[in-house]
Design a binder for this molecule. Sequence first.
Ligand code: 6CS
Ligand code: FE
Length: 298
Amino acid sequence: MNVLVADPYVSRTDRGGALIVRQEPVVYEQGEYAQGLTAQQLQRYEEQGFLVLDGVFDADEVQQLWQTLQQLESDPQLRKRPECVREPNSQILRSVFGVHYLAEAVAQMVRDPRVLDVAKQILGSEVYVHQSRINLKPALNGKEFYWHSDFETWHVEDGMPAMRAVSCSVLLTDNTACNGPLMLIPQSHRQFVSCQGETPEENYKTSLRQQEVGVPDELSLRLLTDQGGLQAVEAKAGSVVFFDCNTLHASAGNLSPWPRANVFVVYNSVENQLRQPKYGLAPRPEYVAARKHVQPLM
Ligand code: 6CS
Ligand code: FE
């Protein structure tokens, strides 16, 4: 018998915004994967939808990743590749995608047990990298990221079935109130904000520079911030922020004269592999959403 299961997370239709209660657990902890975090840290992640770990990588390790970033940035051949995304209305580099296959230092970093074990523990399974990127947010010119849930985009544009992915941001510079730090809405991971607006074909070509569709309506943002407040992550280089794929987040532009860079890795459970995107959209490129490179990370 064929059973049709309705999609619980409908978004980008012609109806108005709506809040939909999350169906899945936040922590899928299963005995054999329980290593990375203490019970207390895990509980905090589950309640708040994110966790900041200070001083995970030391100064030498941060320096090595920073050098990698600079090599990528100054490579004229690489700058022509589609993995390089520019700031809106400018030639300044905003992000480089697929960095875990473009740079050996990042390939090692995504397999480092200090982050990988946390992802496996939270997701209770083997994991693979759904997406990686370096965000540069350059001095004086780095532009903002508007409020969004990553899962909303991945569900609609990549066909990610369930909320079983975790994002991990490794800070390569100190993040302060002045350089556009990550802001999160605590506890927002428990609600899915269904968004308005149709998705144009090849949306990623503009959305990675500036997101227009798949952004929450103002009422939902007010409700969720009334409930959970707002938190900006101010932390030193080498710290790591883990956040649930559905936690609402944003960051302001960088008006300081110092860059604010991070390596961003998304781990997805091997049991949550991508299906077809919604609404007949074409799948996005491998460097934005992995479909082939889905072998578990060891
Ligand atoms: O479209 C994406 O996959 C990316 N865009 C945003 C705004 N956040 C998550 C992800 O890196
Ligand atoms: Fe995001």
